[in-house]
Design a protein around this ligand. Structure first.
Ligand SMILES: *Cc1c(COP(=O)(O)O)cnc(C)c1O
Length: 348
């Protein structure tokens, strides 16, 4: 019997028994007093991994991004980001609400901005008509770009522009470990280029809750104040941080398996008679467009009959995300179901 195969997102994973054990065993204290040893250990561990000075544990990636933007900007300033980016599209308009800043939107390729595009969006100084550019934010991997990733060379080129114009550079690294697994780049080198990094532990790494914001000691000191204001100061949060430490220790290497499964799905979809096109698959996200054999609603329903959950993006677009709760047996069922849909002419 196949359990539900949930491809809607890599956030749907449940803690493994070993992760739960680590959570139960965690020493804890009041983190608002800075006295939770497990939270402190997570913050130090994540900072060291990325070559940054300090870290701040937060309940969500939205909070780590919004805090970073708040600390880097001031009212009447501007953030350069891709038009599809999570900070602009999926954080509820938080940049305007929390920071009273605007966004300069770049139309990149699959969510990736080129150094030239970034530079072209920097506002001229000394002209009162314009907001003042303060921050550039990259997303790696790019969610809406179907999991496309930046390489270190590309990041270095954008960082050089930021330094030349005295702009801060933030990374929305909700899936940064997928980017590192695919590019082969080292996390440590990121500290050379970014002023702040948001790392999510509850996406591909499988922790139930948690993101860590990384930066200089001075930056994290400011960030800690903003976290308190937003209501993100948690008390015995070490139980959650323990899951995140476990995820960093045990669930990073295995991301390659998710990428391999995503490639297999891509290969099957590329010759399916109900698919019009598939975005290139680089990591664990598979975005494809259906032709007129199924509407996206019919397709999602046909999969649901086989215990498979997928997301429709509307306009015939479907997204699958692979993750650690997709077993090899589930993957076989999935591939067989996608093959069988070639024969299905009656709509769901
Ligand atoms: C999921 C995600 C976030 C933050 O998500 P939370 O649900 O708030 O933890 C930020 N950026 C990207 C690209 C994401 O995919």
């Amino acid at each position: 019997m196949i359990h539900k195969i949930d491809l809607r997102s890599d956030t749907v994973t449940n803690p493994t028994p070993e992760m739960l054990q680590a959570m139960f065993a965690a020493p804890v204290g009041d983190d608002v007093y800075g006295e939770d040893p497990t939270v402190n250990a997570l913050e130090e561990k994540a900072a060291a991994m990325f070559g940054m000075e300090a870290g701040l544990f937060c309940p969500s990636g939205t909070m780590t991004n919004q805090i970073a933007i708040k600390v880097h900007t001031a009212p009447l300033t501007e953030v350069i980001c891709d038009v599809t980016s999570h900070i602009h599209q999926y954080e509820g308009g938080g940049i305007a609400f929390n920071s009273a800043a605007s966004t300069a939107l770049v139309h990149g390729e699959r969510g990736k901005m080129t150094p030239q595009q970034v530079e072209a969006h920097i506002r001229p100084l000394d002209n009162v008509h314009f907001p003042e550019t303060r921050l550039v934010s990259l997303e790696n991997t790019c969610n809406k770009g179907g999991g496309a990733f930046y390489t270190l060379d590309e990041i270095a080129a954008i960082s050089a522009i930021c330094k030349r114009h005295s702009l801060a550079l933030h990374l929305d690294g909700a899936r940064v470990f997928n980017a590192l697994a695919a590019s082969g780049d080292s996390a440590k080198d990121y500290g050379l280029y970014f002023d702040s990094i948001s790392v999510c532990l509850s996406k591909g790494l499988g922790a139930p809750v948690g993101s860590v914001l990384l930066g200089s000691k001075a930056f994290i000191k400011r960030a800690r104040r903003v976290r308190k204001v937003l209501g993100g100061g948690m008390r015995q949060a070490g139980y959650l941080a323990a899951a995140c430490i476990y995820a960093l220790d045990h669930h990073v290497e295995r991301l390659q398996e998710d990428h391999k499964k995503a490639k297999e799905l891509e290969a099957t979809l590329l010759h399916a008679n109900y698919v019009e096109s598939v975005l290139p698959v680089d990591t664990n996200i598979v975005i494809f467009k259906l032709n007129d054999r199924f509407s996206d609603a019919e397709f999602v329903q046909a999969l649901a009959k086989q215990n498979i959950l997928a997301s429709s993006f509307g306009q015939q677009m479907i997204r699958f995300v692979t993750h650690l709760d997709i077993t090899d047996q589930m993957q076989q069922h999935l591939l067989q179901t996608l093959e069988a849909l070639n024969e299905q002419t009656v709509t769901a």
